[in-house]
Design a protein around this ligand. Sequence first.
Ligand code: A2P
Length: 332
Amino acid sequence: MYNVAIVGATGNVGRKFLEILQQRDFPVKNLYLFASKRSAGKTLSFKGKDYLIEETCEANIKDKKIDYALFSAGGDASKEFAPIFAQYGAVVIDNSSAWRMDPDVPLVVPEVNPEDIKLHTKKGIIANPNCSTIQAMPIMKALNDKYGIKRIVYSTYQAVSGAGMQGIKDLEDGIKGAQPKKFPYPIAGNVLPHIDVFLEDGYTKEEEKMIKETRKILHEPDLRVTATTARVPVLNSHSESINVELNSKFEIEDIFELLRNTEGVTVYDDTKELKYPTALEVSGKDDVYVGRIRRDFSVDNGVNLWVVGDNIRKGAALNAIQIAEKMIAQDK
Ligand code: A2P
């Protein structure tokens, strides 16, 4: 049994951590909930019992002998507090982008690169990839291993839950006519080709994350990848159109077969029956769903895919918990 801390327990992903730990019957000995000072003294319930939320600070961390600290409290809190949890012996599994590109921090999707977990000994931190990257990875890994990937083009349609509590509120209130607080323009009835901040080169940080994280997770530092990420008025689950050029010839039936046999992936594709994954249908599911699998006739060896994943489950909380489960299994 393990002592588990959740940092950012009151947030969207924090609450999902609690739900999934419970659902999967994770071996929790003691549970500790942390958030900002604002939430200190409030409670959240886990397995029918109320747990006090504490302010995240060294005094509240040091004597708890925490084994796993699941973080989803934003980049600044991760930068400040992840090293402190690690210093007191915890393995931090962090959802923010603060540590992802640190060469001494593994970036892990457990079905894809479990071998990287062992690098955690360097800093005591493991990074959970960006939600839109995670859901593409099991599929890209399978294609890369079998055919070799020449180039990836990602176009995303991302849910507001990825922007936290205030993102959801902007959509809900916006439907009733209120002005947005989180997004620069109304999200209700709109599509914003803008997630995270803009960079000098014209890309957004979200797009850069997809590009760089894909290369790191697949161990392909020179892979050609590009991305356009958009926020859409959907509550939960990200959808992605992914165009992939492969290095070798393929039969489309073989790609169906390959993905049917890929861990963490459900092929949901029968256009005659109007079967294709949608955000509403995939919300609450653990697997990533793929459909609309078809040849791209405009290039040699191209394939188009429509990939949908629950960004708060597999894209965040579930992936982090699966990393901890994998570590526990590797220990045994
Ligand atoms: P709080 O509710 O006390 O503000 P979301 O991304 O869904 O909005 O959630 C963000 C989470 O991160 C919340 O639990 C929030 O706590 C927490 N948080 C924000 N800033 C800090 C901080 N400086 N230290 C610890 N937790 C923080």
